[in-house]
Design a protein around this ligand. Structure first.
Ligand code: 6PG
Length: 254
């Protein structure tokens, strides 16, 4: 489902509300909330909202487990680190236990870091092999994702073989943009999520959004289409500028 909002601020307010509802529903169903956070600049405003009232106290932080959809291979205190951004904007301000923060080790060599993160995820979700099972507690409750102007999501880039991965949950990849060395979750684990929520704003992302949502264009190796949930739900929260190229133009603002 696609929801179009007049402004970026309205997208972020709606995303914070969705995050709160998803967390309480997941905690009711499985006793915990496993969320994959996204990087880049888009989710920063969401993280700031969640760290402050009225949202902060509506989330049961001691039951939240934070993971990342991707990480740049840089130390955790580097300005490009996705962990650092989420820590500074959100995690250091809320009572989430430190052992519930499952970061990707960007400072390690990419291949071992990816293998280590896959072990962490498989152990957490109780899946020694195969894809995550479609039941509560065995898959991500919520995956947050952004969309690059080139159509990448997490660190899955158009045309990269990682987009077509069918076994591994985490891979080291070379990105065509800076920083190039990255570790990313693959569609195997992302598309198994109970809920996927994309946040997209800005007119430079309009063509990528149109492509990601176009049923008339073959999916090919389109990253956003590769991660669409197999048995969960997907929600696109976008602003009017990003929605400008959708068929019929702006489908109406929420
Ligand atoms: C990353 C991301 C990436 C991001 C998009 C959008 O680490 O780069 O996780 O997939 O979500 O590139 O980035 P912006 O929000 O900066 O436009």
């Amino acid at each position: 489902m696609v929801e179009v909002f007049a402004t970026k601020e309205a997208v972020l307010d709606a995303a914070a509300e969705r995050f709160v509802l998803s967390s309480s529903e997941s905690i009711r169903l499985s006793g915990r909330f496993a969320v994959a956070l996204s990087g880049g600049s888009t989710p920063q405003g969401l993280y700031h909202r969640l760290a402050a009232e009225p949202f902060r106290t509506r989330v049961e932080w001691p039951r939240v487990h934070a993971f990342w959809g991707d990480e740049r291979c840089v130390p955790p205190d580097d300005p490009a680190s996705n962990y650092r951004m989420a820590w500074q904007a959100l995690l250091e301000h809320v009572p989430i236990p430190s052992e519930h923060i499952h970061r990707i080790r960007g400072e390690a060599k990419p291949v071992p870091a990816a293998e280590e993160y896959e072990r962490t995820l498989r152990q957490f979700f109780g899946a020694p092999e195969g894809p995550p099972a479609p039941r509560h507690g065995a898959r991500f409750d919520l995956v947050l994702l952004g969309l690059g102007p080139d159509g990448h999501t997490a660190s899955l880039f158009p045309g990269d073989p990682a987009v077509l991965e069918v076994e591994r949950w985490v891979l080291a990849v070379e990105a065509p943009i800076l920083p190039p060395r990255r570790v990313t979750l693959t569609p195997v684990v992302l598309r198994a999520a109970r809920q996927v929520m994309f946040l997209v704003f800005g007119k430079e992302k309009a063509p990528a959004l149109r492509h990601a949502l176009a049923a008339d264009i073959p999916a090919g190796r389109d990253p956003a289409r590769a991660v669409l949930p197999s048995s969960g739900s997907v929600r696109w929260l976008v602003d009017r500028a990003a929605a400008a190229s959708l068929p019929g133009g702006d489908p109406g603002s929420a």
